[in-house]
Write a protein that binds this ligand. Sequence first.
Ligand SMILES: [Zn+2]
Length: 916
Amino acid sequence: QEKQLRIDLNTNYADVVVDIGKMLVGESCRKKMTSLNQKKQRRDLSRAVCALLNSGGGIVRMESEDRNYCFQKHGIGLDIENSLRDCIGSNEIGEYFTWMQEGSNLLLFVKTWSCGGLEQGSAEPTKPRLCSLSTGLFYRSGTSVFPVKSREAPGFLRGKKSSAKCGNANGPSAKRAWLNFFGGANETPLNIQEHNIQDAADRFLKKDQVLVGEVLGFTETTHIEFKEYSTKNILEYMNKNLPKYVSAFANTEGGYLFFGVDDNGRVTGTHSNVEKEALEETVAETMRSMSVYHSCGSGALGVQFQTHILDVYDQAGCSQGYICAVHIERSCCPVFHGDPESWMVMDGKIERLRAGKWMELMTAADPDVSALATEFRTELSLANGPPLIKPVYSRAGLQCAAELQEHLYPVGSNEIKWKPETICTDLFSEYPGLEDLMRKQLHGVTTGILIFSRSWATDIGLKNNPDVVCDALLVADNQYPVLFTVVRDTSCVTSGTWRETARALKQKLVNDGGYTSRVCVIPQILQLNGTKDQREVAENDVPRQETLHDSTSPYPKSYILTSRDIPAFLRALVIVVLGFKSYLSDHLGCEIFNLLTLKQYELLSKNLHKVRKLFVLGLPGTGKTIVALKIIEKIKNTFHCSAEEILYICENQPLRNIVKNKGCHAVTRATFLRGSFPHVKHIVVDEAQNFRRDEGDWYRHARSIVKRSGGIFWVFVDFFQTTYPCGCGLDFSKMYPQEWLTKMVRNAGEICHAMLNLMKEILQTRSIDMPCEVLEKLLEQAECAHSLTGSFQKQIIRSEELAKYVAELCKIYVEQGYSLRDIAILCSTQPAAEQFRLELQPELERQLSKHRVRRVLGLAEDISENIIVLDSIRRFSGLERMIVFVIHPDTPQGQLFDNLVLCAVSRANTKVHLLH
Ligand SMILES: [Zn+2]
């Protein structure tokens, strides 16, 4: 039983501090300790260090047992140093660790682990993804058993994975993949002799009885191990030793473990008091306790084994116990002796990783986006980041993280830039004295950036503190990064919690932003006095500030930023602030992140206390729904409200379902009109152009709800995608304040081009009631952000040939490597979609018969499943897929025809087939 290590969040550091208690430090003191005590203390330290390395870094605090201890004079102790080397599996302790004495406490500053990039000329990272003291895995080499070392683990797990994938774990290609792990040592496959030895063992086990002293006639090999153990304690002995052998044999090539045979292959038998059933049960029990984690999908359970028990007699025919032989089969997937020794900080506690979770993290790799390679650029890769990061990609054609950083957080030489200017201007006019107060803090700072925000807490997804006027993050050359938090009155800042934003920001820079150098964020509280007299402010203010400042303890000098670190630091910050979970995550089966555009970010940075009502006019494909979801999150944090208090309203059930799945309170307009929603305070309306006025005044209903609560009311609308000829219930003359989204980010170049032409048509015909002047200006600003060309094909296909034509194209796409979930087929109306389904279903099944798919077609609701969506254009509104077929678009009396086509076309990321 190991003691639970305590994480102390109430220290003077805005960091994760693990308190491991008393420790005897110093070379000479350590030498005098018993080795058991040494080991115990090292163990606690290693657990804390390992957890911090794996979770973004932090500080281990220990109290010196010796009151006269002095770091400068006594040092740390060689055994401790060695255990740190063991943690990182190399000699680079200077890269990860810094020691510092603070009174009677000794602090060890731990930098995050990172796997350090790809090995030259290889697709594999140079280091494992996680730090582990042991792996819990064993393998067999010759007649010995070895533990799989942490640094060998990635290769070992990959070898197992690829051999399991081959289906037949014993097939020749599987064996080759597997043998790669062992390098040259085991390169020859089973030779004839070893085969014969295994056959001999097989034959031997078919005997009914054997004589004590009999010689087996075969020797120990990779596949055979003898254990002589003839005391009564054999069951205990088996319990203790069997697991290691089971792991080793199962992880290598399988084999036999004989109990009751000595090293020379001579039968000794077990103790005669041991019962046969007890032996069998002990083996079975051990096997049940072994953990196997199948990533092969075979659904196989446990270790496959057989127990053979042979009676042993002496010459006189008296029983001499048994030979117990366990035949362990080679396992398709890794077999663990126990959980690996690897820890993480989880929910404020240090937890040991279970074998399954450990394997998942160890083998995590960037998704295969080779099919999307032209569309995406890698911003953050698992191959060179800290253990907890997720891969981040930016869209080709959009600004990448480095360019976004240049825009948002530029750093000049010999000046401090104050950014963003709009927020600075607003804040300084609202709070006279703020500018002076900040200027005073910059004494002696020459180069860098001071980044203001109404609340850095909400910017990084935390709840804001209403007493905070603003925060400013200083990132400057030759300084520690500092997060200034400006409050009206320092007395309203609860001790202990005010460092939380700085701590979370530091952790996020590493765990989300992928920053791998040493990093800290020093929190500092500043008091803004409301009086107009600046001198008075200054005098009143200084002593208080100083006490607060002093209560933050220093970091080692190596945590000071240099001009070389700053760009990487700010790029990590861009990823923290602009990253959002991509729609592609579901598609690729793992979480990946994309980056917001500057305009999207600007909308999200609005001061919600001021901009309560906002109309966001967007062009198709500008990411309105993403911004809508992000603003919901921000409302939640700014006003401290529950999910139930914010309502998302859209027209269609499929889009509503997707938003609901993200944990938001979402309804369709129809449901909204029927309810009163007494708990709702804030409302976000998406796709408002699809709303109808003739079924009730949704706008007035929504207004009265937010008016009652003084809440937020944001409406996202795209008039070009209007498909109902009767108005949607918005009064154009009253749609203020207004913001525009004109950067088309979701559609490839050729599709954008077609969309722009359609929008021009729509404006020319002016068949509906629309604010044409505004739309004209919107269109003028339209900008296709995609460097991927994609394709847009318009063809005339006769109705009777349509199903066959579409089915054939689908087959071609599937054969090119697209999956069913890349395709959507859209018809004008629901009845038209139902009709086309009847025609298409048999054709598709015929074309795709080779691919053995159970279900080919689904509805818009099934968008996250691996099916082709066949539905109406309207029901697919707000959703998207790579390839979209538009089937014979048609509207009654030719009304709003272009709008309907635009709606359909804008749903495609890369390819459109418009079939007339
Ligand atoms: Zn398996």
